[in-house]
Design a protein around this ligand. Structure first.
Ligand SMILES: Nc1ncnc2c1ncn2[C@@H]1O[C@H](COP(=O)(O)OP(=O)(O)OP(=O)(O)O)[C@@H](O)[C@H]1O
Ligand SMILES: [Mg+2]
Length: 468
């Protein structure tokens, strides 16, 4: 249990098993923590992750190698052409011949070429590094074996290649596309574009698949909290529909069972009430006396017990859930308790509205607060909305008193129907021992629970925990 300050936070006790497993170190705990918990995001990752992985592998392994190979071939071809032009020129190095070669190179090879007599290679360093520069360097060294200078930064989409000959420099401005495989990004654009379209389709499709599951989950949740799930229809994939159908059948079975139980007990109680009424009538005809008074008390007690029993058996079914302001409801119960002579103080925090079966829950509160008032001189009722604990938050109602309390080992026992602590304590209080059982039944019917603990005020603390 988590302890904040001197007071124990209510409701936390119920979730201790979960807390404990969170603390344990698990080999996959990091992966688990990183993995989103929702089915929607998990399925999306299952679809998207392989797609991205495939693209990365294709791009790196296939495209990189393809690109490298094509660039090497293209630059080898260009260097071979340059070597041929240079050979041509070396055989007859006259300006006239140079002009003819330049013209042919420009016309047929698409290589603007100039033979610059008297020029020297630039002083700036020649390009190195990178796929294009490396393959050009290799090819020129191998095929031409003369001093050279290249600039592969591709200014104006041209690669500048200069080769020294005796008395001058041959300069070739090769279009980048002739030495370099550059249009592979089109392929990437197509690939990424297609995958984006695929992902969008997957997202839409997944949404539609997961919606019926979400609907089923919230229907089951609402039913567990005692709220109406009238409009629920099985939908979606066959497995989901099967689960939904099973849920609907289960709900109907539970409702039928409760109806049967109620009908039977109502019958029994009715049958018992008739002879009781007869007793009462006969007693009224008899002369007054101490024995008669005792008999009358006994009959009154039996009637009271029958009422309680019937209430317990009837449960809280049949009453619809309505949006209720708990602060107002607690106020009403306090006023009733004050009228019975109990001393009840309230301390309410935050927004306390939630859907409730109003009458049933009022009875639950009354039972707990009346108990405290009956067995102790002072009662404190605290209600807090706890936003962090559950998904949508929860409300805890604490009922503290400064009475004798209940021994630790009996804290669970007292919830059993007809269970009361030792008779000596209860001599003058009267009661059937159904109060707590009914209260817990109602709280559980709302998806919550009631637990008992020792109160900081000295007596008993009842904690009513309600999911919102
Ligand atoms: N606040 C309390 N302080 C001390 N004992 C309590 C308190 N609340 C309940 N108990 C003990 O738990 C027993 C069971 O309580 P429960 O409300 O179920 O029955 P009851 O109050 O005896 O009868 P009734 O059916 O009229 O409520 C009580 O008999 C009492 O001994
Ligand atoms: Mg009681």
């Amino acid at each position: 249990m988590t302890v904040t300050g001197t007071e124990e936070r209510p409701g936390t006790g119920m979730r201790t098993p979960q807390r404990r497993s969170e603390g344990r170190l698990h080999p996959f705990s990091l992966l688990k923590r990183l993995m989103p918990s929702g089915l929607y995001w998990r399925s999306l990752i299952i679809i998207v992750a392989p797609m991205v992985l495939l693209q990365v592998v294709v791009t790196y392994v296939f495209l990189e190698r393809h690109w490298q190979l094509v660039t090497e071939r293209l630059s080898a071809k260009t260097v071979a052409e340059i070597a041929m032009l240079l050979d041509e020129f070396s055989e007859n190095p006259t300006p006239f011949h140079a002009a003819r070669i330049s013209k042919r190179a420009g016309d047929h090879l698409g290589l603007p070429t100039a033979f610059l007599d008297g020029e020297t290679l630039p002083d700036t360093p020649s390009s190195t590094g990178g796929l294009l520069a490396d393959s050009l360097n290799d090819e020129i060294r191998e095929r031409i074996a003369r001093p050279y200078w290249i600039n592969t930064t591709r200014q104006n989409r041209y690669v500048d290649i200069r080769i020294a000959y005796n008395g001058g420099v041959m300069r070739v401005l090769s279009p980048a596309s002739q030495v370099y495989a550059s249009n592979s990004h089109i392929f990437l654009v197509w690939m990424v574009g297609t995958s984006i379209v695929l992902i969008i389709v997957a997202v839409i499709f997944l949404r539609n698949q997961i919606r019926p599951i979400e609907r089923l989950a919230s229907a089951a949740e609402s039913f567990g909290m005692g709220r109406d799930v009238e409009r629920f229809r099985p939908q979606g994939a066959s497995e989901v529909r099967r689960a939904a159908q099973a849920f609907v059948e289960m709900r109907d079975r539970i409702e039928r069972q409760i109806e049967q139980r109620t009908a039977m007990l109502a019958g029994v109680s009715h049958d018992l009430r008739t002879p009781l009424t007869r007793f009462k009538l006969q007693l009224a005809l008899l002369p007054d006396g101490p024995e008669i008074a005792e008999l009358r008390d006994d009959i009154a007690e039996m009637e009271h017990m029958l009422e309680d029993y019937l209430e317990f058996a009837r449960g809280h079914q049949g009453e619809p859930s309505v949006e209720t302001d708990l602060a107002e409801l607690i106020g009403e119960v306090r006023d009733d308790a004050t009228r019975k002579g109990h001393n009840v103080k309230l301390d309410l925090h935050g927004d306390l509205t939630l859907p409730l079966r109003r009458n049933a829950f009022k009875r639950c509160l009354t039972n707990i607060i009346d108990n405290a008032g009956k067995y102790a001189p002072h009662v404190w009722v605290t209600a807090i909305r706890d936003a962090e604990s559950d998904e949508d938050g929860s409300i805890d109602i604490l009922v503290d008193d400064d009475g004798e309390g209940i021994p630790e080992e009996q804290l669970e026992e007292v919830f059993r129907p007809f269970y009361r602590l030792d008779a000596a304590r209860n001599l003058d209080t009267g009661g059937t021992g159904l109060g707590l059982a009914i209260a817990r039944d109602i709280a559980r019917g709302h998806g919550g629970d009631i637990t008992l603990a020792r109160s900081p005020m000295g007596g008993l603390r009842a904690i009513i925990h309600l999911p919102v």
